[in-house]
Design a protein around this ligand. Sequence first.
Ligand code: NAD
Length: 359
Amino acid sequence: MQTLPAEALERLAFATMSALGSADEEALIVARHLALANLSGHDSHGVGMLPDYVRLALDGLLVPNQSLDTLVDFGALLLFDAKRGVGQAMITAATKAGIGRAREQGCCVFGVRDAAHIGRVGHYAEDCAAAGMTGIFFVNVADHQPHQAPFGCSDARLGTNPFAVAVPGSDGPAAVLDMATSAIAFGKARVARNKGVPVPPDTVIDEGGRPTTDPTALVDERRGALKAFGQHKGSGLAVFCELLGAALTGGQTVQPEHPRKGGILNSVLGIVIDSARFGERDAIGREFEAVKDWIRASAPAPGIDKVRIPGEPELENRAARSRTGVPLDPKSLDDILAAATTAGVGAVLLDELRAAYRA
Ligand code: NAD
């Protein structure tokens, strides 16, 4: 498949967010976030989100240059209202505040209500780990028709409610788990739809609740649903992302008393722990590595090339895609360039990208 270098994607995202009105700092946070998501292999949460961001901004459902309102401040407990602000900027700021408080107090629990789409949640867990902290994030998704059928349901009742956790290593995170609680992220169904390939078995149901591997009706007409991962257990985690991420923090939940405006709202419960307050940082780090080594020492199961620790596939992708560029199918590129044009990005940059894509 044809590729584009991550730097080109970053420039395009920066230009699109700037055209939507984001100040340089905000546009840069979003651009770096989306390009890193693509580099990490999560094309569902990379520049492919830009058409949504353009639509949301034009509809007033994503608001550039918003700042967090502090609603509660008890030292180790913070609550913010993001008021539909650009999600990456809002959660970057909230995470920074949480890390600062955890440094003072040993830990910090923070809530953020109603950020516009926050992207790859692992990004913020990695920010915590880079600061020597453990970061745990429960997130809901609201303001549009839900996509995920919880265990036992025949239709969608929840968003894809992501969960992420990272622990610090000596050089970046020692491990990062970052996932949708649906069997696949909705964006992965979109990517499969755009490529014209089926989704994996047991991930999607049709509008009658029957299994299907064709994502077209779900992506194009929102008919059917993604299944929760891991039967009742994964489904239970999805329910708690809703309860903790939004119901507890006062963010918009998915239940129908809240009018759905067609936006993408994420509300977040973040927990930041200064790991070194529990014991000597190096000793904890050695134990993390010993546990990872023990797991990796298992012979790979049949059909598996290598035993990996959560977070390693993303590192492998970053290394590979930094060399080869980010694969992008033609429909996704057309959609992104059309959205950039709608936002007001000039033709020169778009022509440059088309030329780089062909090359
Ligand atoms: P995924 O299934 O690709 O990966 C989930 C986790 O499993 C990752 O931590 C990964 O490192 C780990 N993993 C993958 N393969 C592995 C292997 N072979 N061995 C060991 N560990 C492995 O991720 P996903 O569920 O498709 O989620 C994609 C992205 O979508 C995430 O970044 C998530 O935060 C994001 N998301 C965001 C929203 C939102 O509303 N903002 C909603 C849903 C998902």
